[in-house]
Design a protein around this ligand. Structure first.
Ligand SMILES: Cc1cc2nc3c(=O)[nH]c(=O)nc-3n(C[C@H](O)[C@H](O)[C@H](O)COP(=O)(O)OP(=O)(O)OC[C@H]3O[C@@H](n4cnc5c(N)ncnc54)[C@H](O)[C@@H]3O)c2cc1C
Length: 113
């Protein structure tokens, strides 16, 4: 990762990026040697998830399905779930658009059923 930061620095400091990369925000140009860079990197590493599929939709024969294709919760009348939790499996695509697609699709279905 130290090598990666150094490479990113050398690219962003190229004259071709002069207008786009005016200055380095983090860790900052004052952090120069490998040891200091490694410390700055390990102190700022973060991760976040895109949780999905905790109440997956599925067909009537799917033992893991919590909701059907209309978001209706099995065994509970009048309750629907339409969010990232009903995506059947963690998608390889970003989840926001997937949720919007699901919501648009389900809200246009006939609610009388
Ligand atoms: C940091 C971060 C970056 C992301 N970047 C991207 C990205 O670049 N592209 C992408 O496609 N996806 C991205 N995602 C994922 C995407 O935002 C989520 O997958 C998506 O928003 C999930 O939609 P949702 O409707 O399931 O849940 P949410 O969007 O979390 O909606 C849940 C809603 O329920 C509300 N709520 C919670 N509890 C209650 C309660 N008790 N009563 C009433 N309301 C309640 C919350 O306030 C919230 O508005 C990112 C997620 C994070 C955390």
């Amino acid at each position: 990762m130290v090598d990666g930061v150094k490479l990113a620095r050398s690219i962003s400091r190229h004259s071709a990026f002069a207008r786009q990369a005016a200055f380095e925000l983090s860790p900052g140009p004052q952090v120069r040697d490998d040891e200091a860079l490694a410390k700055a990197i390990s102190g700022s590493i973060a991760s976040y998830g895109h949780p999905t599929a905790t109440a997956p939709l599925g067909g009537p024969d799917d033992p893991h399905a919590v909701v059907d294709g209309r978001g209706r919760v099995r065994g509970i009348t009048g309750l629907r779930v339409v969010d990232a939790s009903i995506i059947p499996q963690a998608p390889s695509a970003a989840t926001n658009l997937t949720v919007i697609m699901l919501a648009e699709h389900i809200c246009h279905l006939d609610y009388r059923h």
